[in-house]
Design a binder for this molecule. Structure first.
Ligand SMILES: *Cc1c(COP(=O)(O)O)cnc(C)c1O
Length: 459
C-alpha cells in the first residue's frame, strides 16, 4: 500500500492541506488506509476516499446532530441557526456596511437594520441595543443604572445560570449592591416597597428560567413592581419576543414591557433561536444610557452576530421553533420510518415514545411528547465518535435518538450515522461488519450492506 506521504502528494490532497491544515488531511488518509487494509476499498481508492471524508472547514469544531431531546443544549451551542441566518453570516463575513451609510458615504449607527428588525417584532419597545449575551445585558444595566447603588431583587429569583455562574455574583461584580427582599418561596409587594429608598438604582425582576418552586409560593408581577416608582429591569432569559402558546408560563419581552418594565433583557440563542447575544429592549432614555456607557464598547457584538440576529428576526421559523412546534404524529411517523429502514438492514433499531425538554434555561418542568429511535446502549459512544457525530441520550440500557431536536431534513444523515455506527460496532465485536461505511462526507459515501445483525434488544 502507498505510504501516507505518497498519498498526501496527490495534488487534490495537497490543496486540501493548504485549506484545512495537515493534521486533518493526514487523519483522513490514515482512516482511508485502514479501510484499504481491511479490504473494504481498493488500494487505488485511498486518496479518493480520504478526499471524500474531509471536513468542510478548518475549525476543530465539529457539526453534530443534536438527538438529545433537549432543544437548547448549552454544551451543543444552544440554538441552531436557521438557513437564512447562516446565509446572512456568510454575506456579512467580508467587508460590510455594518457602520457605514453607502448613500452618504458617512459613518452610520452600527447594526441599525438589526435594531429596526427588533423593534418591528417588539412594538412595546421604544429602543433596543444588542450585546454579547444575556449576562452582558444584565451587567450593562446594573453598571449604567445602579453602580454604587442598590438593586432590589427577590430572594426567590437569585438564579445560578449554569457552569457555576450566579446572577447575584454577576450583578455584585458591577459595583451595584443587591438588596434582597422576601424569602425563597414568597415575596410580596410590601417587601419591595419597604426596601425602596433614595439609594435604589432599580428593581430587578428575574424569570426563574431553569427551576420551579411549587407549593406555598408567591411572587410579584411586573405591573405591581412598576407601580412602586423606581425603574424596573426585567430579565426574561428565554428571548421570547411575543407569547408562545405552547409555553404559557414563559414571559415574553412585549408583554413585560406592556406591563410596565422600563427595560427587558434576554438571550438571543435560547427560544428566540438566534445567535448568542443579549437583547436590551425598552424605554428610549434607558436604552440610550446603556448604549452610550463606556462598558457598552466592551460588550459590543460583531457584524456576524448582528447579521444572524437580523435574519432570525425577519424569518422567525427557526430550527428551535420548528422543534418546539413539531407535531407528535409527525415525530412518530419519522421514528417509525427510520426504524423500518434500519431494521430492514439488520440494525436493531426500534421506534419508541420519548420526552423532550426545552433546556438551556427555558421552560423548566415542561415536557414535550416526542418519539425516538432506540438502539442498544453501546451505540451512544459509537455515534458520538462517528463521521457525523450524533449526540443522543442513554436510558434503560438504550441509546435514544430523539427526533424532536433533529430537523426532518437531517433524517437521512441520522440514518447514515447509525449505519456507520453499526458497522463500527460489528468491527469492535470482532465479527465481520454487517454494515460498513467505507467512506463518508460529500461525494465519497458508499455503504456495503450485508445481512442479519444479531438482535440485541435494549430495554
Ligand atoms: C440564560 C439566562 C441568563 C444568561 O444569559 P446568557 O445568554 O447565557 O448569558 C440570564 N438570566 C436568565 C433568566 C437566563 O435564563
Amino acid at each position: 500500500m502507498l505510504r501516507t506521504d505518497a498519498v498526501l502528494a496527490d495534488p487534490r490532497l495537497a490543496e486540501a492541506v493548504g485549506r484545512l491544515g495537515r493534521p486533518i488531511v493526514k487523519a483522513a488518509v490514515t482512516d482511508a488506509q485502514e479501510l484499504a487494509r481491511q479490504g473494504l476499498i481498493g488500494p487505488a481508492e485511498v486518496a479518493e476516499t480520504a478526499l471524500g471524508s474531509l471536513p468542510d472547514s478548518a475549525t476543530a469544531l465539529r457539526p453534530v446532530l443534536n438527538a438529545t431531546g433537549v432543544l437548547l443544549h448549552t454544551n451543543l451551542g444552544r440554538a441552531a441557526l436557521s438557513e437564512p441566518a447562516r446565509q446572512a453570516v456568510l454575506a456579512a463575513a467580508g467587508a460590510t456596511d455594518v457602520e457605514f451609510d453607502l448613500a452618504s458615504g458617512e459613518r452610520a449607527p452600527r447594526g441599525r437594520s438589526t435594531v429596526r428588525a427588533l423593534l418591528a417584532r417588539v412594538p412595546a419597545a421604544q429602543a433596543a441595543h444588542v450585546v454579547n449575551n444575556g449576562a452582558a445585558a444584565l451587567v450593562l444595566a446594573a453598571t449604567a443604572l445602579a453602580q454604587g447603588r442598590e438593586i432590589v431583587v427577590s430572594r426567590g429569583e437569585l438564579v445560578e445560570i449554569g457552569d457555576g455562574f450566579r446572577l447575584p455574583d454577576l450583578l455584585s461584580s458591577t459595583g451595584a449592591r443587591l438588596r434582597e427582599v422576601g424569602t425563597t418561596n414568597r415575596t410580596t409587594v410590601a417587601d419591595y416597597a419597604a426596601a425602596i429608598g433614595s439609594d435604589t438604582g432599580f428593581i430587578l425582576k428575574i424569570h426563574p428560567s431553569n427551576f420551579r418552586i411549587t407549593g406555598f409560593t408567591g411572587a410579584v408581577g411586573v405591573a405591581e413592581l412598576a407601580a412602586l416608582g423606581p425603574p424596573v429591569v426585567a430579565d426574561i432569559g428565554s428571548g421570547l419576543l411575543e407569547r408562545e402558546p405552547l409555553l404559557p408560563d414563559e414571559p415574553d419581552a412585549d408583554s413585560w414591557l406592556r406591563a410596565g418594565a422600563d427595560l427587558v433583557t434576554a438571550s438571543g440563542d435560547k427560544l428566540l433561536g438566534g445567535p448568542q447575544c443579549g437583547l436590551l429592549l425598552g424605554r428610549a432614555d434607558a436604552v440610550r444610557a446603556l448604549a452610550r456607557h463606556p462598558l457598552a464598547r466592551a460588550l459590543r457584538v460583531d457584524k456576524l452576530t448582528l447579521a444572524a440576529l437580523e435574519a432570525t428576526l425577519t424569518t422567525p421559523d427557526t430550527p428551535t421553533r420548528r422543534a418546539l412546534r413539531a407535531g407528535e404524529r409527525e415525530l412518530r411517523t419519522r421514528a417509525q420510518r427510520l426504524a423500518g429502514v434500519l431494521s430492514a438492514e439488520g440494525i436493531p433499531a426500534r421506534a419508541v415514545s420519548s420526552r423532550a425538554v426545552v433546556g438551556g434555561g427555558g421552560a423548566p418542568g415542561v415536557v414535550l411528547a416526542s418519539s425516538a429511535l432506540a438502539l442498544p446502549e453501546e451505540f451512544a459512544v459509537l455515534l458520538r465518535q462517528g463521521p457525523t457525530p450524533v449526540v443522543g441520550r442513554t436510558a434503560d440500557g438504550c441509546c435514544l435518538l430523539d427526533l424532536r431536536t433533529v430537523a426532518p431534513e437531517a433524517d437521512d444523515r441520522l440514518a447514515g450515522a447509525v449505519r456507520a455506527a453499526a458497522g463500527e460496532r460489528g468491527r469492535c465485536a470482532g465479527t465481520p461488519p454487517q454494515v460498513a461505511v467505507a467512506a463518508h462526507g460529500a461525494g465519497g459515501g458508499r455503504a456495503v450492506a450485508r445481512s442479519q445483525t444479531p438482535e440485541r434488544p435494549c430495554t
